[in-house]
Each structure stands twice: as C-alpha cells, then as structure tokens.
Design a protein around this ligand. Structure first.
Ligand code: DAK
Length: 255
C-alpha cells in the first residue's frame, strides 16, 4: 500500500516509520491513523522486520497532537467512537506489537503525539523535544490512553500534575521522571535509535516477542503466570537451542 502521510523506510531488518505532515507539525488526522495502523499490521507480519523506529518528519515535531481542525465539531458519540477506534486500531496495536517499537521523539510530542510515544515500547528524545498532554486546555482529557499510560511511566503524582496543568516537559525533565530513556542531540537521535535497534535485532526475536507480552502484563497477577508460561514455551524453540549452543561453543548466536 502507498501512503500519503507516512514514510516507511527499511535498512536491513530495521524499519523507520516517519509521520510526514510537517506543515501541520505531524498532527494525527484520521487518515494518518489509518495509514499507521495499516503499516504496523504489515510490519508485524513481515518476517524480515525485527525492530521499528517511529519518528516525525522535520526538526520541530514528533507529533503535535490529534488534528484539532478535524475533531473540533465532534459530538459526544463521535468522540467516544473515535477514541475507541483509535485506541484499538493504533495505540493498543503498537503497545501489543510482537516487535519492538522505539519512539524517536524529535520535537513536540503533545496530546495524541505523546500518547503514541507512550504506546511505543520505549522512548528516546532529542534535546529540543517538548512533551505534554494539553487536552484540558481544549476542554478534553487525553483520549488515546494517556490517563492510563502516563501514571504507569512516571507515577500518579507527576501524571496528575502534568494532565491538570497541561504543562510541557523539557526533554531533560522527561528523562528525569522516566518518560524518556535517553536524551541526545537532534542530529544524533536517529543514529542512536538505529544503534539500539541493531543491538536488539541481534537477539532472539521469539524471546523478545514473549518478553514484550509478559512486560505488558506486568501490573496484573496474570503477568507472573504469563512469564512462567512463555518461559516454558521458549525452551522448545530453535532460538533457545541456538542461543545455548552458541554459548557452549564460545561464539555469537545466529538468530
Ligand atoms: N492539529 C492541527 N494542526 C496543528 C496542530 C494540531 N494538533 N498543531 C499544530 N498545528 C498546525 C498549526 O495550526 C499551524 O498550521 P498553519 O496555521 O500554518 O496552517 C502549523 O501546524 C504550525 O503550528 P504553529 O504555527 O502553531 O507552530 P508554533 O511553533 O508557533 O507552535 C505548538 C507549536 C506545538 C506549540 C502549537 O502548534 C500548538 O500549541 N499546537 C497544538 C498543540 C495541541 O494542543 N495539540 C492537541 C493536543 S489534544 C480524540 C482523541 C484524542 C484527542 C482528540 C480527540 N477523539 C477520539 C475524537 C487528542 C487530542 C489532543 O491531541
């Protein structure tokens, strides 16, 4: 499928998905959400893809939120329907993807943009990034999982303050409270993301997919059961044989 609002670029087994509406600071309109949903489904199925980097086009924004011009005349029903559809089609899909998704936050990550970064498996940011959930300034609350994912990442107190004040975090502050893992200079952002992705891609993709699923259940009792089940299952995989054999033969594994 060809896309109007996103770019999908491949380098070996690492794919970079770039949200490409720089004139609107990469705001997420319905079509962009559909395209991202389609691209993530295709990448999930593609056996030649190991890791996905998600970023925004230009030097100013990762994603400056949901497209305000598009939802400004929605009513109650449309709001709820679209929040549910967006969460299922994109945000939950990204979070539960069996392949790692790294958000490379290259500027503003606001509202739906920060929610998309938070749905990704982890985040690194450029030093000019600004992150926040300004929905209450529009008379809304975060509608793409922000009230649920932000407290898990930064704790309830920081999440309450961020959502109530609608203030933006600097990249340094975001790193301090655990919202992003690392901050680098803007020109270093994609090379750094690529380097992390390469490191991940040398490990067992089967094991990584189980780890993602287990970690995603980490705040439930089922998480412990899932870990036990996956752990057992992995003993029956080719990757387990290759990993342990390589260790014994004092060589690097070839997954
Ligand atoms: N939507 C649409 N256009 C946007 C946009 C957005 N979120 N953010 C920026 N733009 C557009 C601007 O309108 C401007 O377009 P033109 O006027 O040139 O046509 C262009 O991008 C450049 O923006 P600025 O001229 O404003 O650039 P500045 O550097 O001066 O300011 C800024 C950058 C990021 C501080 C500012 O653009 C800004 O405050 N943007 C809005 C941030 C924001 O409030 N984002 C929305 C958060 S709320 C829903 C589910 C979820 C949500 C909504 C509904 N349903 C299920 C229905 C989520 C809502 C949110 O994300």
């Amino acid at each position: 499928m060809s896309y109007n609002h996103i770019l999908v670029q491949r380098e070996n087994k690492i794919v970079t998905v770039t949200i490409n509406r720089p004139k609107a600071l990469n705001a997420l309109n319905k079509e962009t959400i559909e395209e991202l949903s389609d691209a993530f489904s295709a990448l999930e199925k593609d056996e030649n893809v190991r890791v996905i980097i998600l970023t925004g086009s230009g030097e100013k924004a990762f994603v400056a939120g949901a497209d305000i011009k598009e939802f400004s005349d929605f009513d109650t029903k449309q709001g709820e329907e679209l929040a549910r559809l967006g969460q299922d089609k994109l945000f939950n899909k990204v979070e539960n993807l069996s392949k790692p998704v790294i958000a490379a936050v290259n500027g503003y990550a606001l509202g739906g943009g920060l929610e998309l970064a938070m749905a990704s498996h982890f985040r690194i940011a450029s030093d000019n990034a600004k992150l926040g959930l300004p929905e209450v300034t529009l008379g809304l609350i975060p509608g793409y999982g922000g009230t649920q994912r932000l407290p898990k990442l930064v704790g309830k107190g920081h999440a309450m303050q961020a959502i109530m004040t609608a203030e933006m975090f600097s990249a340094a502050r975001a790193e301090q409270i655990g919202l992003v893992n690392e901050v680098v200079a803007q020109e270093e952002l994609l090379p750094r993301a690529q380097k992390i992705a390469e490191k991940i891609s040398r490990n067992s993709s089967t094991a990584i997919s189980k780890a993602i699923s287990a970690i995603n259940q980490s705040d439930t009792q089922e998480g412990f059961d899932a870990e036990i089940k996956y752990f057992g299952e992995l003993f029956g995989t080719e990757d387990f044989k290759e990993g342990t054999t390589a260790f014994m033969e004092k060589r690097k594994p070839n997954f």
